[in-house]
Design a protein around this ligand. Sequence first.
Ligand SMILES: *Cc1c(COP(=O)(O)O)cnc(C)c1O
Ligand code: SF4
Length: 456
Amino acid sequence: MPVSQLSLRPLVAPPFTAPSARPFVVHTARDLGKITPLARLPESRRFEMQVVASVLPFRVNQYVIDELIDWDEAPDDPIFQLVFPQRGMLDDAHFDEVAALIKREAGKDELDGAIARIRADLNPHPAGQMELNMPRDADGAPIEGLQHKYRETVLFFPSQGQTCHSYCSFCFRWAQFVGDKSLRIASSEAETLRRYLAVHPDVSDLLLTGGDPMVMKTAHLARYIEPLLSPALAHVQTLRIGTKALSFWPQRFLDEEGDALLRLLERLTRAGKQVALMAHYNHWRELDTATAREAIRRVRDTGAVIRAQGPLLAHINDDPAVWARLWREQVRLGIQPYYLFVERDTGARQYFEVPLERVWRVYREAMQQVSGVARTARGPSMSAGPGKVEVQGVTEVAGEKVFALRFIQGRNPDWVQRPFFARYDPEATWLDQLRPAFGETKWFWQDEYAARWGAA
Ligand SMILES: *Cc1c(COP(=O)(O)O)cnc(C)c1O
Ligand code: SF4
């Protein structure tokens, strides 16, 4: 059959005309008082939120408030926990200090000073992201906003995409949201990105990330993406865009700007590129609105795929039934489960962290409840300095109780998929708390990691 007679998929789906179409309205710490349903919570609770929101970034849009949060269940509601500040997100000393300052109506300078000090204590860039991953140009100057940690994949942080439609209260990128420029990793240089990719033929994947690149106008996004269509970047086969817009602001895919975005994605897929939205999901409720489903449908109509990833968190999704339902719903909507992450070092880590053993048990029990097509989420995975380390499980080897681990991704590709073992530790929540099993003193990768990447 001649090509001209093939019936192609229809172009981008018609605009969405659901009653829920709405303008983008967003609230921050300054207008907590304007969020009407918060009035249901006790005054003391609202004060706690004000204290925490003055240190950690807070931003929530009206769609999340109206359609994702079940206010009858607040404050325990998982989506409420996902976006609203909670007392336990700061340790007592930090909390008490800021609470006292607010209560006695301390001056702005004093308050700002205390807040800056506390933020500096909260370790904003875990896993040596800033120092170890910044590539350099031909003159040895660092290239801002670009990370090249794993051979095949370049991460790029477009500067206009360094915010999100709402903020997750556990986000490890929070330092970028509180306006500390020295901690920001971002670039507005589409041309720098293009040149870097052109001279790196090993790179098959470009991953745009943020914040959320979907907060950008489509025209801005196009400046980073369109160069992939040129022959010089033919080796970059896969474009991934990390986003939570499908959850936090699905209207992004429905209005006129959304149409333009879908047409852009479609031009790439028709040119033979693989386009994937790496969608951040924490709970099946995020998939449950008509708007979210319509957005998913429209993205899929472009030929792009949606892969889902997200961390396991106390108070939000520390439950096998929640993960099983999340993965089942994703598969039903045509989304591929991709990663389950272990919560990493962030400002509010003590509030959200779950011991590795527990994370693995939740993962395992959730896996047992779903069919094979929903078992594609790898993990539990720790994005640590040397690579992505998967907790394969707790087992016994030669009479010793151990964690079985392996690299899903490694700074050295040779490390990938080699099993290694850590001493069992029921309390450990991260790789840096584990010790090699069998009386060994070093990990198999430790010397090389230190020698080549200068890390301890
Ligand atoms: C996860 C990650 C990637 C992508 O890894 P895949 O296994 O290809 O999904 C790339 N760079 C960094 C820094 C990452 O953490
Ligand atoms: S959507 Fe992603 S980058 Fe944005 S706040 Fe949530 S976790 Fe952080």
